[in-house]
Design a protein around this ligand. Structure first.
Ligand code: OAD
Length: 241
């Protein structure tokens, strides 16, 4: 599964950047977005659930959908892939885990340097993201912000919204400096996250992709590991000894 050449590259690296997507949480039972049949965006219309306009048009529908996802996430646990990434972090002086996931499973597995590009579903804020709410009561409808009175919403990035500025700036900076860049469980369909491997390649990194299916980035990868991340990541950590 892991070639000697790949192990040599990993052993020589000082700066490792990992980009994760929904696929890394699939083995925890969290649905991905674009996988056939089970993908969230195969079954729900993102334009009705994941845009600021959708929230303004029907806040209750959007709030309730994210509330049900939050409840579902409260029952899931990190899988072997998440734990292997936490172990991998300990092997490198410079290790950055950039994630598109909003499920907190990397942190739950013990990863320390997690850069969240698309926010976090557990966090709730006012519509313009100025204030974070510590608690809320949604028993009688969509709650409002105690500070500004705006409706509260999940602190995630919707289509058409900017990514958190510091997170994306840091992600680009560390990607350009990477010796090794590993893209795991992402279809690489969504920008700007999908550009990070390209920046890493320009900076001279070795690019590794872990995904059972081919993506738009597969033909640019130096190493392709077409297996579930929950299998290949523990094998990689074991091989690095
Ligand atoms: P996608 O659903 O687009 O892609 C998931 C990828 O995971 C696919 O390429 C699968 O082949 C792969 N996959 C499935 N099971 C896997 C496994 N066990 N191990 C490894 N890979 C596996 O999800 P993302 O690329 O994360 O944005 O989607 C990016 C963004 O689009 C999300 O963050 C979300 C969505 O709209 C927001 O909500 C802002």
């Amino acid at each position: 599964m892991i070639s000697d050449q790949l192990i040599q590259v990993m052993k020589a690296a000082q700066t490792v950047v990992v980009l994760t997507g929904a696929g890394v949480s699939a083995e925890s039972g969290v649905p991905t977005f674009r996988d056939a049949l089970t993908g969230l965006w195969e079954n729900f219309d993102p334009m009705q659930l994941a845009t600021p306009e959708a929230f303004q048009a029907n806040p209750k529908l959007v709030w309730d959908w994210y509330a049900s996802r939050r409840e579902m996430l409260s029952a899931v646990k990190p899988n072997a892939g998440h734990y292997a990434l936490a172990a991998l972090e300990k092997l490198y002086p410079y290790f950055y885990l950039v994630t598109q996931n909003v499920d907190s499973l990397h942190q739950a597995a013990g990863s320390k340097t997690v850069i969240e590009l698309h926010g976090n579903l557990q966090r709730v804020c006012c519509f313009n993201k100025t204030h974070v709410a510590e608690s809320w009561d949604d028993s009688t409808g969509v709650p409002t912000c105690a500070t500004c009175g705006e409706l509260l919403r999940p602190d995630v990035v919707w289509f058409g919204e900017m990514l958190p500025e510091q997170a994306i700036e840091t992600a680009f900076t560390v990607s350009e400096a990477a010796d090794v860049f590993i893209s795991i469980g992402t279809s690489a369909e969504v920008q700007p996250a999908a550009s990070l491997p390209v920046y890493a390649l320009r900076g001279g990194a070795t690019f590794i992709e872990i995904n059972p299916d081919a993506t738009t980035l597969t033909n640019r990868a130096d190493f392709v590991l077409p297996y579930p991340s929950g299998e290949v990541l523990p094998a990689l950590v074991a091989a690095l000894g």
